[in-house]
Design a binder for this molecule. Structure first.
Ligand SMILES: Cc1cc2nc3c(=O)[nH]c(=O)nc-3n(C[C@H](O)[C@H](O)[C@H](O)COP(=O)(O)O)c2cc1C
Length: 331
């Protein structure tokens, strides 16, 4: 009996309509897989073949539904393996948020065929070529860091380099910006995370510095702007514990104190360690009755190779998740 996740391909419209009906009764319109009172599923290894054999010519939007076979069986549903990669599920799927349906994500077509998101990249010796990207920004959430200028006004800078460990944030901050100067003298900052709709505000900030005169290395690309909030069309919101304001439009805001600034090896940046002392969240992001951010509700603005992205669909979780319905199905 397979304990791996099972995958079922469904026409997106059918899947969405079944949510209203409360159950998905295996009616994949027009595709002759689901006959005989069962729903046809596959393990990850069989998904690409299933897409090629059964769905290649179908251009309606398709959704990949991930099922937990153990949870189905625990609900009393008969799940039969069909070697080598198939399975049959002998009951409609409940659409009431029960544990058997782990995820539902849109499938994508490339070069005239549906592509399994589960197929591992080739492991052959010559599977990679040398690449020479001019930046190494593989994808981190963008953030807006607010600091306090010498005259008490606020500065705001777009950034993306960071990581978090415990309550500490480590920010990569260019040493010739006003933000670095402010952090060294006035350590209270806010780190604000924009979501998708705010990408134009990040672009508006991208050629502005709060430093005057503009440093020589930036003079051809940047102009001095004393009112970054206004220029970005964002609203300063008072913080509770630090002088730098929060960015009201950001759904997730950290108040933090800079604890240490370590020069980077080439002198061009500081590794800024800042302790987060307060977190503000849009209530829609917090799971009711808990203090936890609902991962599915939070959609940071991902900055990768100078482009902005949504964060994509959920594909799994850690055993330490406090929100997941059950431990991850990983052998
Ligand atoms: C999407 C994006 C990401 C950026 N990431 C960083 C970063 O991680 N660290 C940094 O210091 N500057 C980053 N910058 C550049 C700063 O915004 C720029 O240095 C700006 O001059 C800082 O403003 P300031 O001089 O007022 O501090 C980024 C800019 C954009 C648009």
């Amino acid at each position: 009996m397979t304990a791996e996740p099972l995958y079922h391909v469904v026409i997106t419209d059918d899947w969405e309509q079944s949510a209203m009906a409360g159950e998905y009764a295996a009616a994949t319109g027009g595709v002759a897989h689901e006959t005989g009172g069962y729903l046809r599923a596959t393990t990850a290894a069989g998904l690409q073949d299933l897409l090629d054999d059964g769905y290649r010519d179908l251009e309606l939007p398709l959704t990949l539904v991930t099922l937990d076979a153990a949870a189905l069986r625990a609900e009393g549903v008969r799940v039969e393996d069909v070697p080598p990669h198939g399975a049959r599920v002998y009951a409609p799927l409940r659409r009431d948020g029960g544990p058997a349906v782990i995820a539902a994500a849109p499938l994508h077509r490339e070069h005239g065929r549906w592509v399994s998101p589960l197929t591992a990249p080739p492991a052959a010796e010559h599977s990679h070529i040398l690449a020479h990207p001019n930046v190494l920004y593989v994808g981190t959430p963008a953030y807006l860091v607010a600091s306090t200028n010498p005259d008490g006004s606020a500065n705001l800078a777009a950034a993306s380099s960071h990581f978090a460990l415990g309550t500490m944030l480590c920010l990569g901050i260019e040493s010739d910006g006003q933000t670095a100067l402010n952090m060294a003298d006035r350590p209270g900052i806010t780190v604000n995370f924009p979501s998708l709709e705010l990408w134009p505000a990040v672009v508006r900030l991208s050629r502005l510095t709060g430093r005057t005169p503009v440093p020589a290395a930036k003079a051809d690309r940047y102009t001095y702007e004393p009112d970054k909030f206004g220029a970005a069309r964002l609203t300063p919101q008072p913080a509770d514990l630090v002088t730098a304001p929060r960015v009201q439009e950001c759904r997730l805001q950290f108040e933090a104190t800079v604890r240490r600034m370590t020069p980077g090896v080439d002198g061009g940046y500081f590794m800024v360690e800042a302790e987060v002392i307060r977190v503000h969240a849009d209530p829609a992001l917090v799971r009711e009755g808990t203090d936890d951010i609902e991962p599915a509700a939070w959609r940071p603005l991902v900055y990768a190779f100078r482009h902005f992205f949504d964060r994509g669909d959920e594909v799994g979780w850690l055993a330490s998740s406090r929100m997941a319905p059950h431990p991850p199905l990983v052998d």
